[in-house]
Design a protein around this ligand. Structure first.
Ligand code: HEM
Length: 443
């Protein structure tokens, strides 16, 4: 079967394809656009087992035979430091790297950010309420996590459009052709240069932020090499926003298309915790786990995956598996139990899960409290999805609602973010329609 699972068209509705695989070929070999073979694992139990199985590893050199190494797609040498991030390495390096940042992301510490996230969502909503319309992705879902992760790390918030542009280009090019890889080179190099400059600044001028803590860990020796430091900042910036934007964006779309559930949440905001869990399950922001390779021949559901081959555990499919969830294609914000796999499992279980949950809960509830009559401003079929293998999210989500005034004390927020016309009201060209403040990735 020839199917490009990274294409924008496939991303619009991947569920019927995954349902067929779960029923007929739960371990299925495809060829990716970059000509690499990959195995899609689609049933809940198999996805969970794969994520926990230590025979599926990150270290390519350990997993690949010399013949397979020779066939690997070309990657610029300058990008090699980025592969030293914790999501790309196995224990014991993984354990050491994760321990360095784990404390900053515990539920207790993250809870202290509640007030800041509430203020931020309030300010972003102030900007749009008077307009009666917005692009929910670029005016809201994207600025929330980009601002928060930038503030945590100590990266200038005004640069959020830059790092989003670079990370987005990198994600959208995953498993694309040789030409696709060539196109991301300038973005990857710019991202690396940017992080290296930030590190130099923090060495000279330490502050009370995560970046300074990491720089000091590197200076203390043993714990962190310079490449690992750069790779850590790269991963935290990227994972800290490219995922949560899709929790808020996909989640709001799911609610807008299931009005009874949206109305129920408006009537009873205390349902927000189970609601966010259900939105994470129903339209998983991370569609497939990142790549792993078999370090020996491994049999999954009766199919042998040969050593060195790429395995993709399809979280979005596991989360809709009828063997695990009753009525899995129905959105039910009170679903209980709800053991979704949206944050992964095992060694690489999401470090940022408490932060993502808090951001999602505050962003959705604040929005519904301020603009309960929010509705889609375009036909659902016209929505465009981002290309890429790992994450699944919208390029834009135009919504409309009744115009409102702003309380005087909130004018300060307006001055900070500035009112703007949503891009779909401007030029039809992607660049011409780019909102200010956040960057264009709608290719
Ligand atoms: C709704 C939002 C999010 C979702 C759905 C999500 C999902 C995931 C998943 C599925 C993984 C495991 C990938 C794999 O095993 O291949 C992961 C890992 C990770 N996530 Fe998240 N994530 C989210 C938000 C965040 C945030 C806000 C951060 C903050 C920095 C973050 C940081 C990380 C890191 C550092 C890892 C790697 C952990 C490791 O290798 O030990 N994530 N995430």
């Amino acid at each position: 079967m020839s199917i490009d699972i990274a294409s924008s068209k496939f991303k619009a509705n991947p569920y019927p394809f995954y349902a067929r695989l779960r029923a007929d070929e739960p371990v299925y070999r495809i060829t990716l656009a970059d000509k690499q073979p990959a195995w899609l694992i689609t049933r809940y139990d198999d996805v969970a087992a794969t994520l926990k199985d230590e025979r599926f590893i990150k270290d390519r050199l350990k997993a690949l035979t010399p013949e397979q190494v020779a066939k690997q797609p070309w990657m610029p040498r300058a990008f090699q430091p980025l592969a030293r991030n914790m999501l790309e390495v196995d224990p014991p390096d993984h354990t050491r790297l994760r321990a360095l940042v784990q404390k900053a992301f515990t539920p207790r510490l993250v809870e202290q950010m509640r007030e800041r996230i509430e203020t931020l969502t309030g300010e972003l909503l102030d900007v749009v309420v008077r307009r009666g319309q917005m692009d929910l992705i670029h005016d809201y879902a994207l600025p929330v996590p980009t601002t928060i992760i930038a503030e945590m790390l100590g990266v200038p918030v005004k640069d959020r459009h830059k790092f989003h542009r670079w990370s987005s280009a990198i994600l959208m090019a995953s498993a694309s052709s040789w030409w696709g890889t060539m196109k991301i080179i300038p973005h990857g190099l710019a991202f690396l240069r940017y992080i290296r400059k930030l590190v130099i600044k923090r060495r000279a001028d330490p502050r009370d932020d995560l970046l300074t803590a990491l720089v000091q860990a590197e200076e203390a020796g043993q714990q962190l090499s310079e490449d690992e430091l750069v790779a850590m900042v790269f991963l935290l910036l990227l994972a800290g926003h490219e995922t949560t934007v899709n929790l808020i964006g996909n989640g709001m779309l799911a609610l807008l298309q299931n009005r009874d559930q949206l109305d129920r949440l408006c009537r009873d905001p205390a349902l927000i915790k189970p609601a966010i869990e259900e939105l994470l399950r129903y339209d998983s922001p991370v569609e497939t786990a990142t790549e792993r390779r078999a370090c020996e021949d491994v049999t999954v559901a009766g199919v042998t995956i040969p050593r060195g081959e790429l395995v993709m555990a399809v979280i979005a499919s596991a989360n809709r598996d009828e063997r695990q969830f009753d009525n899995p294609d129905k959105l039910d914000i009170t679903r209980e139990p709800n053991k979704h796999l949206s944050f992964g499992l095992g060694t690489h279980y999401c470090l940022g899960a408490p932060l993502a949950r808090l951001e999602g809960q505050i962003a959705v509830n604040s929005l519904l409290r301020r603009i309960g009559d929010v509705r889609l401003a375009v036909a659902p079929e016209s929505l465009r999805w981002r290309r890429g293998l790992v994450v699944r999210g919208l390029l834009a989500l135009p919504v409309a609602f009744s115009k409102q005034g702003v309380q005087p004390k909130r004018v300060l927020g307006l001055l900070r973010f500035g009112p703007k016309t949503p891009h779909w009201n401007k030029s039809a060209s992607p660049a011409g329609g780019r909102p200010q403040g956040v960057a264009a990735d709608r290719g």
